[in-house]
Design a protein around this ligand. Structure first.
Ligand code: NAP
Length: 273
């Protein structure tokens, strides 16, 4: 196991950055400590920015050092300074260290967004045990690892917001994604069970299920494949990472304490239950 590593030593600077963001016209007067797993790309990055725009202190995780540094530089140029930690959230003990470090730096975590995830597309006949386990541990094991480490302090604080980023493919299942669909549907089972367990502690637990969002994964598809996906989306476009960040910001707000155990579809209407 490698230790969790911080690459942002500018803690005071980061506080100032959050204060700058907090002076934005629509900022939230209640400032929370937010941890977003896998924030250095795609949907996670948009969630980090949205949370900072609302005036919250934001920590996030990464694995790929070069990518994380490039992202951090880009964010700094845009005026954001996030606390970032190298951590494999598929590893139980690294996740325990992560929560300890974030708590030391920023205080107890109030909001946890379990966003980190991978895909491992393959028909079952060709799927190896390693491919199966990779998706299960990164997408499902990770939410146990990180939530388990954070839940006690949320209970003690008497406030918590947990959002698990699932997928439309956990709702409708998808050819060639037995492992991914299984983890994404199981994730919502975790949401509903935990929501019942911690409701009396002021903690809500919800799932957000996006469809195709314009992250690198989707943008690297051939144009004709993307166009064919769009024809299946009633609103006539792919999702933007900001669409998902918007839903998350609603669920974590102070006013959303009555919403728990829900699975919010953010899919442009391409699947309705
Ligand atoms: N994009 C879509 O169309 C779409 C649709 C539905 C649902 N989703 C879900 O939304 C979430 C984000 O997707 P995305 O498309 O934004 O993904 P992405 O662009 O591939 O970013 C994933 C992030 O997760 C991090 N990550 C992955 N495994 C990790 C681990 N074990 N420990 C720590 N960090 C880890 C990655 O960091 P490193 O690169 O440093 O490893 C990266 O920052 C995922 O859960 C995905 O299943 C996405």
């Amino acid at each position: 196991m490698t230790a969790v590593l911080k690459i942002n030593d500018q803690l005071q600077e980061s506080s100032r950055a959050s204060e700058n963001r907090a002076s934005a016209p629509h900022s939230n007067p209640v400032r929370r400590t937010v941890l977003v797993t896998g924030g250095t790309d795609g949907i996670g990055s948009a969630i980090c920015k949205k949370m900072a725009d609302l005036g919250h202190f934001v920590a996030t995780t990464y694995q790929n050092e070069a990518k994380a540094r490039a992202w951090q530089n880009r964010m700094e140029r845009e005026g954001y300074l996030f606390y970032i930690y190298k951590c494999d959230v598929a590893d139980f003990w690294e996740s325990q260290d992560l929560i300890r470090y974030v708590t030391e730096d920023l205080g107890p975590i109030h909001v946890l967004i379990n966003n980190a995830g991978v895909t491992g597309d393959s028909s079952l006949g060709k799927m190896t045990l390693e491919q199966w386990q990779n998706v299960i541990s990164n997408d499902l094991g990770s939410i146990f690892n990180v939530t388990r480490a954070a839940i006690d302090s949320m209970r003690a604080t008497g406030f918590g917001r947990i959002v698990n980023i699932s997928s439309v493919n956990g709702q409708k299942r998808q050819f060639g994604q037995a492992s991914y669909s299984a983890t994404k549907v199981a994730m919502h089972g975790f949401t509903k069970a935990l929501a019942q367990e911690v409701a009396e502690n002021g903690i809500t637990v919800n799932t957000v299920s996006p469809s195709y969002v314009t992250t690198d994964m989707i943008l690297s598809m051939p144009e004709n494949m993307r166009s064919s996906i769009v024809t299946q989306i009633p609103v006539g476009r792919l999702g933007k990472p900001e669409d998902i960040a918007h839903v998350v910001s609603f669920l974590v707000s102070e006013e959303s304490g009555f919403i728990t155990g829900a699975n919010i579809a953010a899919n442009g209407g391409c699947f309705m239950e």
